[in-house]
Design a protein. Structure first.
Length: 224
């Protein structure tokens, strides 16, 4: 019975993948050419970022830098409440620590930022505050943001976040965060290989073939 259900689920998943194939759009974030805005209510004179030759970005000091989706990808906003689309953010993340002038720690960082992670911001209404329920604190000492995903090693760690499962509403910017209002030992967070994927619902025809409605699509999508 269990196997039969699993098999059925796998068949549905395969069918869905095939039928939804044409509805996948991948937005690869090129940090070199992306349009960034510093969050004025968070950043100070020392806030800065740097894009390395390998495409990775370093966010250091007390910094919140927002990738403008409209300027970067031509997307006004991403609506996570739309039942016909599903968004995933894939990226690799690493915590680093600088020691001394120019020297870099090679081992495990001995300090943490207060918030190291991502804030999915909706700046369309002119609001500029950070919102805890729309943020992921991957590594940080401050009890702020969602803690569903954690950075647990001292190397690059891969993350894949199904945004529809954790967030709601819309976002216009993806904010890269290395928050540090007090003392964080010159820690910096780094991101690379970041892709925002949009999957559109299968067409009405393929749903009919699968015997599913939109609700069924969402339920199956989440179970696989
Ligand atoms: Ca702050
Ligand atoms: Ca703080």
């Amino acid at each position: 019975m269990k196997l039969a259900r699993k098999l059925c689920s796998a068949i549905v998943a395969c069918g869905m993948a095939a039928s939804a194939n044409a509805g996948v759009i991948n937005y690869d974030v090129d940090f070199d050419t992306a349009t960034f805005e510093g969050m004025s209510r968070q950043n100070n004179g020392d806030s800065d970022y740097f894009v390395q030759n390998n495409g990775a970005i370093r966010i250091y000091s007390d910094s919140w830098f927002a990738i403008d989706l409209e300027d970067t990808f031509g997307i006004d906003s991403v609506n996570l409440d739309d039942p016909l689309t599903n968004y995933t953010l894939d990226f690799r993340f690493r915590l680093f620590q600088r020691i001394g002038d120019g020297g870099q720690a090679r081992g495990v960082p001995t300090s943490l930022p207060e918030i190291g992670g991502l804030f999915f911001a909706d700046f369309s209404g002119g609001q500029t505050d950070a919102v805890s329920s729309q943020s992921f604190n991957l590594v940080g000492t401050q009890n702020w943001g969602l803690d569903d995903f954690s950075y647990t090693n001292d190397r690059w760690q891969r993350f894949s976040i199904d945004l529809d499962n954790y967030l709601s509403g819309s976002f216009t910017h993806i904010v890269l965060v290395n928050d540090c209002d007090r003392e964080c030992g010159n820690t910096q967070v780094r991101f690379r290989d970041m892709t925002l994927s949009e999957v559109s619902a299968p067409t009405a025809l393929s749903l009919a073939v699968l015997g599913l409605g939109i609700t069924g699509w969402r339920r199956h999508r989440r179970s696989v």
